[in-house]
Design a protein around this ligand. Sequence first.
Ligand SMILES: Cc1cc2nc3c(=O)[nH]c(=O)nc-3n(C[C@H](O)[C@H](O)[C@H](O)COP(=O)(O)OP(=O)(O)OC[C@H]3O[C@@H](n4cnc5c(N)ncnc54)[C@H](O)[C@@H]3O)c2cc1C
Length: 265
Amino acid sequence: MSNITVTHADSGLVPVEVARTARITPHMTRVTFTGPALAGFEFRGFDQWFRLAIGVHDDDRFDNLPDRFGIGGYLKYLALPKGTRPVIRSYTVRAFRPETLEMDVDFLVHGSEGIAGPWAAAVEPGAQAAFIDQGCGWKPVPADGHLLVADESGLPGVAGILRDMPRDAVGHALIELYDAADQQELQGPEGVEVHWLERDPGTAPGTVVLPVLAGLDLPVESLYAFAVGESAVATGARRHLVRERGIPKQNVTFAGYWKLGRTAG
Ligand SMILES: Cc1cc2nc3c(=O)[nH]c(=O)nc-3n(C[C@H](O)[C@H](O)[C@H](O)COP(=O)(O)OP(=O)(O)OC[C@H]3O[C@@H](n4cnc5c(N)ncnc54)[C@H](O)[C@@H]3O)c2cc1C
């Protein structure tokens, strides 16, 4: 579930190739993409995200994909021959360097299941890919305080928001990981306190962050919140804020980035 509004950027389908990869923390691989088409990409910062086409067959084609990923684009994608059709997953721009036409994307390497996680763990420089920009989920309404809630998959988005939000912002960022070694250095405003939380790897996402959220002192008149990650993290945070704290629904942006036991798409 999500209330993120998708935007359809003019950049359309952006073909790229893998320049390099680096395991930045035990479970996070940074894939750096490059290519001349990145010159036409409009970087908006924050949690800007995109649909990424990943090659899974030797003959996968990236030149006949739709250049929008709304309903029409999705139907066009489904009509492509399966044997040459890349897999689509959603990811966040972690960093963009226009001077070198490079874009970093942090992939959680969550095991051997699925496509994108294993792909990022094994991909070699030169591999082809393509992406379609979908805009930012972060759409703050005027508020005295800010709250960010995420699991590992939402760490790239939260890191981008902290980097780009006004330096006088105040609030809290609650980030739940299953391995504390996956913490990254963040560049948030001084007034936004970052809480790194660790859950037992065998427990469901949200096990720690949701109780911490419920007990968090939020002494502000008005709040804008952004909650992303496993479905229970995003919907649980929103439910608490709206039902228990009386935060208006429009002040909470939330998105289930993945669902336990279920493949995306
Ligand atoms: C807007 C948006 C932005 C996102 N940005 C990022 C990002 O920058 N970095 C990032 O790592 N992810 C991000 N995600 C989440 C990512 O799209 C999903 O995790 C996706 O399911 C991964 O695809 P897959 O092919 O690896 O696994 P799938 O084929 O989708 O799933 C296979 C299995 O793996 C499990 N699984 C999927 N994701 C995870 C996970 N994160 N942890 C543990 N188990 C998992 C599923 O429950 C399923 O059982 C984002 C999602 C959205 C919607």
